[in-house]
Design a binder for this molecule. Sequence first.
Ligand code: NIG
Ligand code: FE
Length: 389
Amino acid sequence: MTSRIGSVLVTGIGELATVDGTGPEGLGLRHDAAVLVEDGLVAWAGAPSAAPAADRRVDVGGRAVVPGFVDSHAHLVFAGDRSAEFAARMAGQRYDGGGIATTVAATRVATDDELDGLVAARVAEMRAQGTTTVEIKSGYGLTVADEVRALRIAGRHTRETTFLGAHVVPAGADRSAYVAQVAGPMLAAAAAYARWVDVFCEPGSAHAFDADEARTVLTAGAAAGLGLRVHGNQLGPGPGVRLAVELGAASVDHCTFLERADVDALVGAAATTTATLLPGVEYSTRSPYPDAAALLRAGVSLALATDCNPGTCFSSSMPWVMALAVREMGLTPAQALVAATAGGARALRRTDVGRVVVGARADLTVLEAPSYLHLAYRPGVPIARALDL
Ligand code: NIG
Ligand code: FE
């Protein structure tokens, strides 16, 4: 983590992408730059010759620096393995959410220490790839005790905790009784440990929730003081995106199958609701990639995230997600970087991360490269790491 006390001057930055909204594509690019960090916050950025004095100096040797990535969608509290399910999908099987039950069973029998260790390792893996803010969902417990446990563990690793009791209807449970439990006693217990509530909304799914069920959970969550997020339009066209917009959700995630009315709703709600695209899921489920470039042109607020989970995308790599978004979704490398930093921050309603600006957290990611362009140019090569100051 960045140091909390004292000042550090980060020098030798060959290229600094501040993502401050200025310059071509809003990247705020500077060449040959320095950043002053005071008590963990950005205090100044500019030319090295004008740099203020500092207690310490860290020289990054001409490398590029970008804001730490903001991964606004991840399911890290889980145990077990579903690699065989991935192999079956690559051989043609469709994803329908049924495999979630496998992870629920494995997660319930794991000890607190085991789960905490797994989450710690996954967060460390993310940080080693340049991610400095991560949202973590529950959703593999599906009982009051197991969901609260997942959120307590998640809360040791991030303040962006999300209650996802409405992930799927547990095997053997009565659908309407389960929705009432999620919106009632489970939410009441989980709310103390969660900042957000999320629902997997897919009409006609045996596992996920329809619009009415999703609305019940989301409105109860809002009444309990939680912000709203939605898994929507992943498996097919549906009401998830419009419901998220109607209820003022901070983010609607996946957006794989969008209709004209969905895009119009997202454009109208761009100040409130971000569309978070998860290209690792399209990769890992053989789904079509949504046209991110068209969404940006239309005026949609866009973020990129991993969705790191054992079913639909077991990758924690934001650089890989950016590379996919460039190659498969039509984004420029700059648009992908903005969506993975400031976009993720917007999806979490955070103004203190995702940009290297005065007053923001000094979450800096260093690239083993001269330019941010290498994030998409060198996919699969571990060039990004969060800078420890
Ligand atoms: O975001 N769609 C629902 N939930 C996860 C997948 C969870 C799983 O398959 O374990 C997702 O894709
Ligand atoms: Fe997800």
